[in-house]
Design a protein around this ligand. Structure first.
Ligand code: HEC
Ligand code: HEC
Length: 275
């Protein structure tokens, strides 16, 4: 990660957090009982507040954009779709769904339907460059849904390209076959695929969960030691069933993207988190 990008992310995060805290304070007591329509309004409002901040922070076009036109620098085809899948589950799954059909657990909260990546007719007409531009700058910049936020601030250029490579796999109705064994350590896996929801130290304060204003209970060594190793393995492999009470439906299934060893390594890593 370049220093520049690091700075703009921190700037974005702290201002957004402050903003979200103000927003929470403004809400009346009993906000848990607000109906879905009101919830949608609040969501839309949060996004509208966030956008000018993003631009104020980044000073215009997104950092990924400043690195140049992706089409000129490297072909999207070179990016690894498997890496894209891991990022997709972290950043995109909540709305676009485990299978990419637009039925993610958060989709029902939105007034606009997330794109269905299995719609090959629609996506055949889109170039990689157009998709890159859309993902990096977001829906509003393209006269589309404000719920599709600009990911150029959270993801590097290579990460966005990997995500596009994975979207192409979904367009073709293909499946990813994961490699057995990799050089990734538990902490690498956590930083790539888990931190955006569970946060640096497992406190549940990851950016995606903040963006959706969802409460996630912390994953700490003490909490996790209540589970057997096999149970923990299954939660990560299969995700948490959508009919479970609480935030569980926002936990994706990693079985298609992480090898057995990688799941074991990431468990060892999260077990080191303190209280
Ligand atoms: C909070 C919900 C949400 C998240 C998270 C999200 N999207 Fe979207 N996305 C949407 C919605 C809603 C649309 C539909 C936009 C429209 O058509 O107005 C959309 C549309 C799209 C499109 C279609 C663009 C087009 O040309 O029609 C692409 C590509 C896309 N998203 C990629 C991604 C990627 C990649 C990620 C993860 C990095 C992601 N989205 C994360 C909500 C989301
Ligand atoms: C899109 C967001 C998201 C991502 C990415 C994600 N998780 Fe989760 N995870 C959740 C949510 C939400 C829960 C449910 C927490 C709750 O019940 O409050 C959860 C639950 C869990 C639990 C069970 C915790 C408990 O208290 O029962 C474990 C273990 C876990 N995740 C590990 C991981 C690992 C390891 C990764 C990365 C490979 C990962 N998660 C990636 C959202 C996510």
């Amino acid at each position: 990660m370049t220093g520049h990008k690091g700075i703009s992310i921190r700037c974005h995060e702290s201002r957004y957090n402050r903003d979200m805290q103000m927003e929470r304070r403004k809400r009346p007591q009993g906000a848990g009982q607000i109906n879905r329509a009101a919830h949608k309004l609040i969501q839309a409002f949060n996004w509208l507040l966030l956008l000018p901040l993003l631009y104020a922070c980044g000073g215009g076009p997104s950092p990924a954009d400043r690195e140049g036109n992706p089409a000129e620098t490297a072909a999207v085809d070179e990016a690894v779709p498997l890496k894209g899948l891991k990022l997709y589950l972290g950043y995109c799954f909540v709305c676009h769904g485990q299978k990419g059909d637009g039925n993610g657990p958060y989709a029902e909260m939105l007034a606009d339907s997330p794109a269905d990546f299995t719609d090959s007719t629609y996506f055949k007409a889109k170039t990689d460059s157009e998709l890159y531009d859309f993902i990096s700058k977001g829906g509003i910049a393209h006269g589309k849904s404000l719920h599709m936020k600009p990911f150029g601030f959270q993801m590097t250029r290579d990460e966005i390209k990997s995500a596009i490579a994975y979207i192409r796999v979904l367009n073709r109705h293909e499946q990813i076959s994961r490699r057995e064994g990799s050089d990734f350590s538990g902490s690498d896996i956590y930083k790539n695929s888990c931190v955006m929801c569970h946060g640096e130290k497992g406190a549940g304060d990851g950016r995606v969960m903040q963006m959706l204003n969802l409460e996630v209970r912390p994953i700490t060594g003490r909490v996790l030691s209540q589970y057997s190793g096999a149970k923990l393995y299954n939660i990560i492999q299969d995700g948490i069933p959508s009919d479970t009470a609480g935030a569980g439906k926002y936990m994706p299934a990693w079985g298609a993207s992480l090898s057995e060893q990688e799941i074991i390594d990431v468990i060892s890593y999260i077990m080191t988190f303190g209280e």
